[in-house]
Design a protein around this ligand. Structure first.
Ligand SMILES: Cc1cc2nc3c(=O)[nH]c(=O)nc-3n(C[C@H](O)[C@H](O)[C@H](O)COP(=O)(O)OP(=O)(O)OC[C@H]3O[C@@H](n4cnc5c(N)ncnc54)[C@H](O)[C@@H]3O)c2cc1C
Length: 403
């Protein structure tokens, strides 16, 4: 009989197991894959962006109180100290993102595994939990035919995102079997497909832009940063950060994305007017040289229906205004998200209204705790999802250690 069985050795399960074991609990961590923490290894392009200096409730979709509690129990400074005490020096990069100083995600996973072993927790890999029996204690059955028993149980199975690397529906099914409802998962941190096929002409071009996502005039998400044009639509950090909200809204109806290519320019209209006075004799295609990538300029000129050889000073006022306006508000129609194989996280999951916001204990099944990405919580790109996985696992362990 274990004190605690934790299902899923990802970020959330590993930290929860470590803290429970450090607090004297007899812990078993079950992992379906041959290796634990595969998403830790792949995160941040193999460098593991473990947290962010600016982490706050505003970086997440999820209930404010639950997020406040998780971030209070495991704040940014504490997170940095925690990993440094595990023997992992950290390094800060732009926008407050923290990585192991070695620049390798194995530098996070290996010390975690060693600490787990030193604390006395048992880790069994290649054991996929398929059935859980309740009734005083938990009976945990695996596909491999083993049965384990525990007083408390933690589901830290992650989401169905990135199925090629441990993403699975399994956690939703187990949570459902224990009385929980599931908000249907949708891709988060994912590139978006656009109706405007012409963007394929811009494939590979990166721009700095401000994005506004709206349904008709109702703005619901905004972001600023790098946008990468692809053959199907748009990708890049600014897109990833609004992707979850866009995909959730798409279920209700059409979504438009406005792109401002000159959000950082104080008075863009004045800049364009001055440019017209200086370079008005140039042909359309030359007028934008130095200001815009050539392919973007060509696409805009085609959209506006302007002859490429016509000097800019001969454009009608309407054409001029159209192009200046488009540079600040280029509207695209979103058709969807790229497949789950390309989603770095999931929105949706176990309904958080069924979870105790202070402890992550289930309100449906006493003794059960649910943490990490399996819950209907998702964060922006930049270390926020891992931070939630750590902080929720850590918070649950606190309560489990009290018992
Ligand atoms: C490509 C990529 C890049 C990312 N980059 C970043 C980043 O830079 N920064 C960031 O903050 N986040 C990033 N993320 C997201 C982050 O990795 C996840 O949010 C985080 O790992 C979730 O942790 P978790 O413990 O909740 O779930 P997971 O890490 O998914 O762990 C769940 C574990 O449970 C196991 N499991 C599932 N079901 C069962 C079962 N029935 N029995 C036994 N075991 C089971 C799984 O195999 C898995 O090992 C990235 C994700 C991907 C895919």
């Amino acid at each position: 009989m274990y004190d605690v069985i934790i299902v899923g050795a990802g970020a959330s399960g590993l930290i929860c197991a470590l803290e429970c074991a450090r607090n004297g609990k007899k812990v078993l961590l079950l992992e379906k894959d041959p290796q634990p923490g595969r998403k830790i290894l792949v995160s941040g392009n193999g460098r593991c962006n473990i947290t962010n200096r600016f982490v706050s409730v505003a970086d997440y979709h999820g209930p404010q109180k639950l997020l406040e509690n998780a971030l209070k129990n495991f704040p940014f400074e504490f997170c940095v100290r925690y990993f440094e005490q595990l023997g992992i020096p950290l390094r800060e990069e732009e926008n407050g993102r923290f990585f192991p100083a070695t620049g390798k995600s194995t530098s996070v996973l290996e010390p975690l595994k060693l600490a787990l072993q030193e604390a006395g927790a048992e880790l069994l890999t290649g054991q996929e939990v398929t059935r859980i029996k309740t009734g005083g204690s938990f009976g945990v059955q695996t596909r491999q035919g083993q049965i384990f028993k525990s007083k408390k149980l933690v589901l830290a199975c992650g989401s169905c995102a990135y199925p090629q690397l441990s993403g699975t529906q399994s956690g939703y099914q187990l949570a459902k079997s224990l009385g929980h409802s599931i908000i249907p998962p949708t891709p988060a941190l994912c590139a978006l497909t656009l109706k405007e096929k012409a963007v394929a002409r811009l494939q590979g071009i990166r721009v700095q832009a401000a994005l506004t996502a709206r349904r008709q005039e109702q703005v619901f998400a905004q972001s600023q940063g790098e946008v990468l044009f692809t053959n199907y639509g748009v990708n890049g950090p600014a897109v990833l950060n609004i992707s979850a909200a866009v995909i959730r809204q798409l279920a209700q109806g059409p979504v438009q994305l406005d792109m401002n290519l000159f959000a950082a320019t104080a008075d863009f209209n004045a800049l364009m007017q001055a440019r017209k006075e200086q370079f008005g004799t140039r042909r359309a295609k030359d007028f934008f040289a130095g200001l815009l990538h050539e392919n973007i300029a060509n696409l805009l000129i085609d959209f506006a229906g302007v002859r490429k050889n016509m000097p800019v000073r001969d454009w009608t006022p309407n054409t001029w205004q159209n192009i200046v306006r488009t540079l600040q508000k280029w509207t695209f129609n979103v058709t969807g998200a790229r497949p789950w194989q390309e989603a770095m996280a999931a929105s949706g999951g176990v309904n958080t209204s069924e979870i105790n916001y202070n402890t992550f204990e289930s309100l449906k099944c006493p003794g059960l705790f649910i943490t990490g990405e399996l819950l209907d919580v998702d964060g922006h790109s930049g270390g926020f999802n891992l931070h939630f996985a750590w902080s929720s696992g850590f918070t649950a362990a606190r309560k489990l250690s009290e018992v």
